[in-house]
Design a protein around this ligand. Sequence first.
Ligand code: UGA
Length: 252
Amino acid sequence: MYNPIKTLKTNTIGTLNMLGLAKRVGARLLLASTSEVYGDPEVHPQSEDYWGHVNPIGPRACYDEGKRVAETMCYAYMKQEGVEVRVARIFNTFGPRMHMNDGRVVSNFILQALQGEPLTVYGSGSQTRAFQYVSDLVNGLVALMNSNVSSPVNLGNPEEHTILEFAQLIKNLVGSGSEIQFLSEAQDDPQKRKPDIKKAKLMLGWEPVVPLEEGLNKAIHYFRKELEYQANNQYIPKPKPARVKKGRTRHS
Ligand SMILES: O=C(O)[C@H]1O[C@H](OP(=O)(O)OP(=O)(O)OC[C@H]2O[C@@H](n3ccc(=O)[nH]c3=O)[C@H](O)[C@@H]2O)[C@H](O)[C@@H](O)[C@@H]1O
């Protein structure tokens, strides 16, 4: 994490401030929680009743533990002060208008493929993720806020891929000649992640509808236009460098 103290303050003090405000004005509060509360999960797929597997002192802890305590605070305010809370556990999400340089895998791979740079895979690429398109998430959040479900709900697309498959898919969709470059694995990187969305289906009547390739094509289109625009303005964004330990680099 780029700034662990700021991440912790936002998740803890920020959530506390918002809960205080919600109590004062009688508002319903939506917590944008995360699949990261499950850590590097030993249960697969992850359902809401799984308590998770988080390293409390690792490099991701500021985010994982920050979100976990944010959830704890929501339920303390609900119980003690009657604040209405809705808690969405959001799984990996992408789409147009996502930040081009925040270092996440979708933005990195698309930028790298469009710029003819190597696609940087951390570790062997056998770790998995399931990616949801942003409009599906927004519909899920609206359904959750309009529901009477106060317990946490997973919002994600259960279509799971390895990161290496994902790199190849993006290369193909972009039509890029980029090579795939293997870098050292990121510390405490969750090895598997896939949402169990039975609860959202049953209680919200929600499920994702946008196929992965369709969503990726929209994101690629957006990134291409942004690059063109920024090239005309003399600014070429670069993918954020690998947030990994120094190590041996392999090429495929
Ligand atoms: O959606 C979620 O649940 C969480 O997902 C992400 O965390 P992460 O799954 O680690 O997302 P990425 O940083 O995009 O990484 C996904 C995978 O791709 C790998 N990766 C990432 C970037 C890259 O250039 N190459 C690469 O192989 C990572 O090691 C990881 O295995 C976000 O960083 C969190 O904010 C969010 O809460």
